[in-house]
Design a protein around this ligand. Structure first.
Ligand code: NAD
Length: 295
């Protein structure tokens, strides 16, 4: 069983660390929020008082932090994780961050003689709790092979997307599809209602036709059509609109850096920005249907 350091025990990292402990690994965790540390402790994670203390003696260090600046602050510099660990330590960052920051950490890890995998996830808090996450991984075959058995204790689908930053690239592209899809579905169901078409009939037809997509089948924004949808729980997330906006902004940033044209992705980012600015950030991302319908 591996000795694992785990940084970031929030909504996602907390249950992920607990699943590793449940699988018999020796997990030492750190989070600046005392309540997060206490909850992880109750799930079998040994609490540490600093990031360095959590990483000390670990064969593998996993991070699940809010954004790119937190990841760079944790990994880089003389006091960072990469400098503090023995050469050959495996680091896995499962945070959703910008592709450029992920590549920066990959380069620093290689220079420090460490192994690094960018491994963002899909599946949300339910996936983290149930150990059914999808991991999209970027890094060398060797580092991915080392990380895989641990990721399997936290997820169901573990996919090697390619080299440095490929996991983050997959994540932003996937979530851009999801964001655009949700707006498309919202427009279609709002239009259907104006045309006097029963939303249940549209769902019945479209879910079996060429308009069908994952978001419609699993997260239909019209209440009462799909049992798993947040729409049935007053749009309680689920996947929060703030997180969707974060991911769409990352897609726009990545596209700008790569010189790619994403007019619909950019428009989706603007619409989610408007939705969040109107005070809806804590609602599920599917609640944008209400704004689309009202507009
Ligand atoms: P969260 O805010 O609940 O947790 C992040 C935790 O990191 C917080 O508890 C914070 O105190 C801690 N933290 C900050 N700096 C730290 C440091 N230096 N060392 C240790 N801990 C530190 O966020 P979350 O929902 O758990 O999301 C984590 C990441 O996963 C984000 O990048 C997010 O975009 C991504 N993600 C979230 C979801 C979701 O549904 N919540 C789904 C997929 C991906």
């Amino acid at each position: 069983m591996a000795k694992i350091g785990f940084l970031g025990l929030g909504n996602m990292g907390g249950p992920m660390a607990k699943n590793l402990a449940k699988a018999g690994h020796q997990v030492t965790g750190f989070d600046p929020v005392a309540a997060a540390l206490d909850a992880a402790k109750a799930g079998g994670v040994t609490p540490a008082v600093t990031p360095a203390a959590a990483a000390k003696g670990a064969e593998v260090v996993i991070t699940m932090l809010p954004a790119g600046q937190h990841v760079k602050a944790a990994y880089l510099g003389a006091e960072g994780l990469l400098a503090g660990a023995p050469k050959g330590t495996l680091f896995v960052d499962s945070s959703t961050i910008d592709v450029a920051s992920a590549k920066t950490v990959h380069e620093a890890a290689a220079a420090a003689g460490q192994h690094f995998v960018d491994a963002p996830v899909s599946g949300g808090v339910a996936g983290a709790e149930g150990a059914t996450l999808t991991f999209m991984c970027g890094g060398s075959e060797a580092a991915f092979g080392q990380a895989r058995p641990l990721l399997e204790k936290m997820g169901k689908n573990i996919i090697h997307a390619g080299g440095a930053g490929a996991g983050q690239a997959a994540k932003v592209c996937n979530n851009m599809i999801l964001g655009i899809s949700m707006i498309a579905i919202s427009e279609a169901f709002a239009l259907a209602e104006k045309l006097g078409l029963d939303p249940a009939k549209l769902h019945d037809i479209s879910s079996k036709s060429s308009g069908s997509c994952w978001a419609m089948l699993n997260h239909n924004p019209v209440p009462g059509l799909v049992p798993t949808a947040a729409a049935n729980r007053d749009y309680k997330p689920g996947f929060g609109a703030t997180l969707m906006l974060k991911d769409l902004k990352l897609a726009v940033e990545a596209a700008t850096g790569a010189g790619a044209s994403i007019p619909l992705g950019a428009e989706a980012a603007q619409l989610y920005n408007m939705f969040v600015q109107q005070g809806n950030g804590a609602l599920d991302y599917s609640a944008i249907y209400k704004m689309v319908k009202g507009a």
